[in-house]
Design a binder for this molecule. Structure first.
Ligand code: PLP
Length: 496
């Protein structure tokens, strides 16, 4: 007797798989003809909230029908060539397919002498080499930049605490007379704050270091802050620099910051969640790349500018042994490091981070790297940079718009004061907010908003090799139309 939903023959797997492949092909190639974004209708979300858990199963075909009818029509826009919101890239096709293959193997990549473990080590090594890290460097794949940053900060905290005689794993920071501090640029990502909160350092002890005119963290101000804290007996734990801020694509002077960190012997973590791939691959960023060799850890997100399907974050560590000290539950005297070719394999990833059962993220990253190649990636990233430069040029040339910032593939702009529909320039923020809403709901293009120097602004990020200059022009046309209408919201386009 076959059990419903469980016993599949090879023929059934093949037939259902082929149908899924058809759906994937239609979805990915059909996106450009759909509205960029189409909110989930209220009736549909209400239906979702009301539906009870199914008591009996239905054939997979029926489930797939429902996915096609009710799920796929409502993505958040990413994948569409005219989607410019946040930092959300389209999934590379090879990565999508690799995701299914990884699930078919379904290992726990906690560790063990399985191919998945060796693939992950290979992927880590490839990136470590690109960053100029030494041969004994290491790292691991995690869910994203936030997890990579939390992991790096935990390692830095462990090292800093040990130096002042605190066993942070046993005692936490409880009862310690020491005050621990951390440092992030004013444009640094919020994940630094989250990590500092969670690690018990407390965001009141996270120093925000001011920026220069190019929105880069100022090394002189960092030195001042560190010197002040050290003089007051505080214990600096970590400094987070950023290569590619999420707001404007600003790139910190990693070399100068690293020199300051060396002076105070403090951990330097580099947030390359967005810009890391460009820094590692594009000749334009060679100077920054060279400086990476002198930092302690780097976070970068293959699920952003390497177009690997979510989730895929990467943490590179100059001295992976420090991560083992911070996370391993295996006492040093019991570690089985002599079984590289036996059952245990290399030291387990689960000793170097938070996760125990770990997904086979490496397969999709490795597949994309093998399929696209470093040269291919350089070209794709270059195309994104050029599309963003085209946008910046077009904004500059338009008297109705004002360019506020352009860094890497990010362009920040707003409607120029006094432009048509700007309400005599009395309330430019209100107009840009209305333009944003109008564009997002209009379905022709999608961008997101941000705040720059206290003012609201429109922000576009190109991390999609499918985005052409015509798509960029379509975005600007949508913005101009919305501004001309005075940002008056109109009803969203419905249907395909
Ligand atoms: C996206 C991003 C993060 C956070 O990474 P997640 O993958 O979303 O957790 C951190 N820093 C920068 C610069 C980012 O763009």
């Amino acid at each position: 007797m076959t059990r419903p939903g469980w016993d599949w023959t090879a023929e059934e797997i093949r037939a259902a798989g082929h149908r899924v492949a058809d759906v994937v092909a239609d979805h990915l190639t059909g996106l450009p003809d759909e509205p960029v974004f189409r909110p989930v209708p209220a009736a549909e979300s209400a239906r979702r909230r009301a539906e009870p858990a199914p008591r009996t199963g239905v054939p997979f075909d029926a489930v797939l029908d429902e996915v096609v009818a009710r799920v796929l029509p409502h993505p958040f826009g990413n994948g569409h060539p005219r989607f410019f919101g946040w930092v959300n890239s389209p999934p590379g096709v090879a990565g999508v397919l690799a995701e299914a293959l990884a699930a078919a193997v379904n290992p726990s990549v906690a560790g063990g002498n399985s191919a998945a473990v060796h693939l992950e080590h290979q992927v880590v090594r490839w990136f470590a080499e690109l960053a100029g890290f030494p041969p004994d460097a290491g790292g691991l794949l995690v869910s994203g930049g936030s997890a990579a940053t939390l992991t790096a900060f935990a390692v830095a905290r462990h090292r800093a605490a040990a130096r002042v005689g605190i066993d942070v794993r046993a005692d936490g920071l409880q009862g310690s007379d020491h005050r621990f501090t951390a440092y992030v640029g004013a444009e640094g990502h919020g994940c630094a704050h989250k990590a500092i909160d969670l690690l018990g350092i407390g965001s009141a002890n996270l120093r925000t270091i001011g920026s220069d005119a190019d929105r880069r963290m100022r090394p002189d101000l960092l030195r001042e802050a560190l010197a002040g804290d050290v003089a007051a007996g505080r214990v600096p734990v970590v400094v987070m620099a950023t290569v590619g801020t999420v707001n404007t694509g600003a790139i910190d002077d990693v070399g100068a910051l690293a020199a300051v960190c060396r002076e105070f012997d403090v951990w330097l973590h580099v947030d390359g969640a967005y810009g890391g791939p460009a820094v590692l691959l594009h000749e334009r960023y060679a100077a920054t790349r060279a400086a990476l060799a002198g930092v302690d850890s780097i976070a970068l997100d293959p699920h952003k500018w390497l177009y690997v399907p979510v989730d895929a974050g990467l943490l590179l560590l100059r001295e992976p042994g420090l991560a083992r000290d911070a996370f391993s539950l295996v006492p040093a005297y019991l570690r089985t490091d002599g079984d590289e070719h036996g059952v245990a394999g290399p030291p387990w990833f689960s000793e170097f981070g938070l996760e125990q059962t770990r997904p086979f993220r490496a397969l999709k990253v490795w597949t994309m790297l093998r399929h696209v190649g470093l040269d291919g990636y350089r070209d794709l990233i270059d195309g994104d940079l050029r599309a963003a430069a085209h946008l910046a040029d077009a904004v500059r040339a338009d008297p109705g718009l004002e360019l506020l910032a352009h860094g890497m593939s990010i362009v920040v702009f707003r409607c120029a004061e006094g432009a048509p529909g700007v309400d005599g320039g009395r309330d430019p923020d209100a107009l840009d907010r209305a333009v944003l809403r109008d564009v997002q709901l209009g379905g022709r293009a999608f961008l997101s908003g941000t705040t720059l120097d206290g003012a609201f602004a429109l922000r576009a990020c190109v991390v999609n090799p499918g985005t052409t200059t015509a798509d960029v022009d379509a975005l600007l046309a949508a913005v101009r139309d919305a501004a001309t209408r005075g940002g008056r919201p109109r009803s969203p386009r419905v249907g395909p």
